[in-house]
Design a protein around this ligand. Sequence first.
Ligand code: NBP
Length: 478
Amino acid sequence: MQDKSTHKNDFGLIGLAVMGQNLILNVESRGFKTAVYNRTYSVTEKFVSQHPDKQLQGFEELSDFVQSLERPRKVMIMVKAGPAVDVVIEKLIPLLEEGDLIIDGGNSLYTDTERRSQELGGKGLLFVGSGVSGGEEGALKGPSIMPGGPTSSWKVVQPIFEAISAKVDGEPCVTHIGKGGAGHYVKMIHNGIEYGDMQLICEAYALFKAAGFTTDEMATIFDDWNNSELESYLIQITAKIFEIQDPETNQPLIDVIMDKAGQKGTGQWTLINGAENAVVISTINAAVEARILSSLKAQRVIAVNELQGPSEFNSDWDKATFVAKVKKALFASKIISYAQGLDLIKTMGEAKQWDLNLGNIAKIWRGGCIIRAAFLNDITKAYQGNPELSNLMLDPYFKDILNDSQQAWREVVALGVSQGIAIPAFSASLSYYDSYRNDRLPANLLQAQRDFFGAHTYERTDKPAGEWFHTDWPEVID
Ligand code: NBP
């Protein structure tokens, strides 16, 4: 199956599962000569034989694969994130030469990327840790790509990545994110934001379902929303999901899908990172926890008969009012989710001195990736207008939307609470908004408690900041 010609390949890819296959077909379609390798050779054979008309060379031996590449070699790894990436890198190291580039395009943890980057740098090899978003379709037609590593390494792969990425307004949805693990880090937060977006849509669905909207009505609502400021891939596919009938039962397919959500870990990594950086990402947090709670199906099936709530759904709103209010609650909550995610990226970027450009990051999410949405244009504009913006909520455009939406948003959250509909991401977003806009939180009592039991001291409202006081609190007898 190997091409015996002396012409070298421009780009090599290791890992021919769904992402790798589609990504290399994308690279090949842009006129690059490509080489592929997979641990299980039969997968390579099958893949190459399915595409006889493509400039694709498959290899059984890794050394032959490496030798087939033009120098500096560009080898992209698309295998399961975790130890498999290290296994592949270890095998590649003795086969590569100084100046060759390894790109890890899987969902690697950014700390692993930083370690690999250091190890490979010490051996004279270049390394780029790159997030690739958009699922299998994005990989094939044009993903959003988030590469991290030294600028010199990025330059080696820049022409290929710009060629294969999605394009919006003629601009490629790829930018050099920053050095070290910045690319995989931003991809991780992107995934956390994706969790938030998906959960918020699910909560709108939960409210509509409880209020008796039919699946057809919901398909129309989401379709309409996709022609508004909510325009996004996730809103669009939600409308399509509601249109599908189950051929076996002739019911809407959505009604026969089990309500247990899976997750692969990037959402949980985002939560850990939020906690490590002391940044509130309560919407993403609620989204991850909602998936966890959904997975407790067996317990929920018991609890439904044990724990009480309102007996039937009650709302005075007519359908048009209901839809309008839920729409405002959804959009406001979505803004909060992005405000939190971007705050985390900003905080981490400053701590790591990655010199991140939030406007450019929002810009490359406009196409190719799962969270692509019209309002990313407005986020880009917000950071272009004020690169030092402390919180997205304070940008004039988003501030106006939040101020306009806040009443409906609280009414929707109140409805969910009073009617026993769990809407954790809507309510977490609203609580964040209300905490942020409040100049007197109950943390004064918290500080008093801390000083009471631990002499942690407190500042006073009538004295300059930085002066600390302690009270000799009365003794408590248990
Ligand atoms: P998987 O994550 O399912 O990984 C399967 C691939 O890894 C196969 O090619 C397999 O080879 C290879 N592999 C494994 Br498993 N262990 C290996 C080892 N020890 N040595 C060499 N190869 C090994 O594939 P995927 O879903 O295409 O995802 C690839 C990467 O892209 C992952 O990091 C994923 O998180 C990320 N990603 C996926 C998506 C998506 O929508 N699926 C989206 C964005 C990013 P084999 O054929 O020999 O078993």
